[in-house]
Design a binder for this molecule. Structure first.
Ligand code: URA
Length: 240
């Protein structure tokens, strides 16, 4: 296990503990992440003693409320609102980007604006609609100045995404961009190395695609992304 994944595991356990306490109706006072969680060394949380098998079932209401109120990393200080994700809670397809941008932060909706329009068009070409899939991001808060996410920010948010995936139980997961792919696969490979394969996330097929923002910048990336989505369609038919 790498230092990266050890720290991730610890962060998950803390989130799970908070979920457990929240489900029991116990409010937990959490200090702000910029005081507790700004470097690798500082986020070494103690392992949880919670028996995960004894956890109460998760629910969208509990999860959404936790995301809305989340102050587990410094991004809560710069966001306008959290961007939980949207779509069909029983979706067969789940699309996961990196983080909301400025427009998404303003509207509270993932993938709008130019990148969002491109995603909507690609979905249409796959004979899918936004309403029948579920669209979300690794991070639920905007990154100031569109900077790359910090490891502690990914850790703080990762358990929310895992719980979304568990609630939806999709038949196919598509990640957009390198951060999204690396976070779910816990691999540091480049997107070029990761594309063109059917990976697994918790026994579900996962296919990596370039970030729609990169597709907007480069027609080559766009055509690679379209190849990858067609590959995903074929894989989906085989797994259905
Ligand atoms: N919009 C999002 O919500 N996420 C991305 O990764 C890109 C654009």
């Amino acid at each position: 296990m790498t230092a990266f994944s050890i720290v991730l595991t610890m962060a998950i356990s803390e989130n799970t503990r908070l979920h457990y306490l929240n489900a029991l109706g116990i409010t937990v006072w959490q200090s702000r992440i910029n005081e507790t969680c700004s470097t690798f060394a500082e986020i070494s949380l103690p392992p949880s003693s919670v028996n995960e098998d004894a956890l109460p079932p998760d629910s969208w209401v509990v999860l959404r409320n936790q995301v809305i109120q989340c102050e587990q990393c410094i991004l809560c200080t710069t966001r306008k609102q959290t961007v939980f994700g949207e779509g069909n809670p029983n979706a067969k397809w789940m699309f996961i980007g990196e983080a909301p941008g400025q427009e998404e932060d303003f509207h509270g909706t993932p993938f709008i604006g130019e990148a969002g329009n491109l995603l909507t068009e690609m979905l249409r070409a796959m004979q899918l609609t936004r309403e029948e899939v579920f669209i979300t991001n690794i991070l639920k808060c905007r990154l100031p100045d569109n900077r790359n996410p910090h490891v502690d920010e990914i850790h703080a948010c990762r358990d929310y995404l895992h719980r979304q995936i568990a609630l939806i139980n999709p038949k196919m997961i598509i990640t957009f961009g390198q951060v999204s792919a690396q976070t779910l696969l816990e691999k540091m490979d480049s997107i070029e190395n990761l594309r063109g394969q059917i990976h697994q996330f918790q026994q579900k097929p996962l296919i990596t695609v370039h970030d729609p923002n990169d597709m907007l910048r480069s027609p080559i990336e766009k055509s690679k992304a379209w190849q990858d989505l067609q590959f995903a369609l074929e894989a989906f038919k085989q797994h259905e």
